[in-house]
Design a protein around this ligand. Sequence first.
Ligand code: AHM
Ligand code: MG
Length: 346
Amino acid sequence: MNAKPAKSDPIKSVSLTRFLIEEQRDKQHINADLRLLIEVVARACKSISLAVGRGALGGVLGSAGTENIQGEVQKKLDVLSNDILLEANEWGGHLAALASEEMDDPHPIPHRYPKGEYLLVFDPLDGSSNIDVNISVGTIFSVLRCPAGVQDPDEKAFLQPGTQQVAAGYAVYGSSTMLVLTLGDGVHAFTLDRELGSFVLTQRNLRIAEDTREFAINMSNLRHWEAPMRRYIEELLAGKTGPRGADFNMRWVASMVADVHRIICRGGTFIYPLDAKIKDKGGKLRLLYEANPMALIVEQAGGMATNGLTRILDIVPQSLHQRVPVFLGSKNEIERVTAYHREAAR
Ligand code: AHM
Ligand code: MG
């Protein structure tokens, strides 16, 4: 009965706008153009979230009847999401060019608009095989600086290692829509308040546990994997009585965004290794707009991201749509599986 009233926090909620203004004004982590860029991407993600959420009612499910440069059938929502991000980002004056999974070549800023100092690369709708079955999908993005002196950025301007990213993030369109963001100083999560139409900060400085008993991998490819990959997974599957002395649980959403989001929330690993089926392609996932932004987020949250041999963020890209094997998540497991690959390579 004598309990004192809880000391109330005067800041009940911090919107993305307020968070970004504080990052610019108080911490001086970002400049006004980068703040605008993140706000514009977030606004585009809200539109994509609306389109995804309307599902069959929006008439946007199913195939668009076209293929992207990687020979994958584009869904209507892949194309729509790409258009939304392009239109939102063209005119603000913050970008020098854009590139996306759904476009063969970089997209220049139309001459009628001013140009800025940043390059934006994105996978407009990741996990598109899940669109038609109402399972979480997402948007992944990465921000680079346009190299000094480059007026009309071509593919070469984008070929920068992931360490050069000034920001990266993803939006996950799940039971709620969330935006997870890093500006190179920790990872922060925002939840979309659907009534207000604004992203609200819900978790600051997310950390990935160093140890985990949960992994995500497409097990149907097991027979195509290389020996170190099979060794690692077989040890996990052997459970308590095997060499690891513990039972491991498995999850696979087949939307990288959703799998990475689970890892950000409760730890775990996500692995898409090289296998005999995809060897000539170099991997399944794309370096510039899937692996690099996710690797930066994971590292910023205390996790680890490799291609099985080296740090993903150190890879110097050779082409815009280059693919890489991806091993990311809880540090101690990624260290172990990477060590198995290094050992085999020696
Ligand atoms: P997408 O960008 O065309 O959707 O492809 C990437 C997706 C990832 O989100 C996911 O982890 C993987 O492909 C699923 O692959 P699989 O179909 O082998 O399970
Ligand atoms: Mg993708």
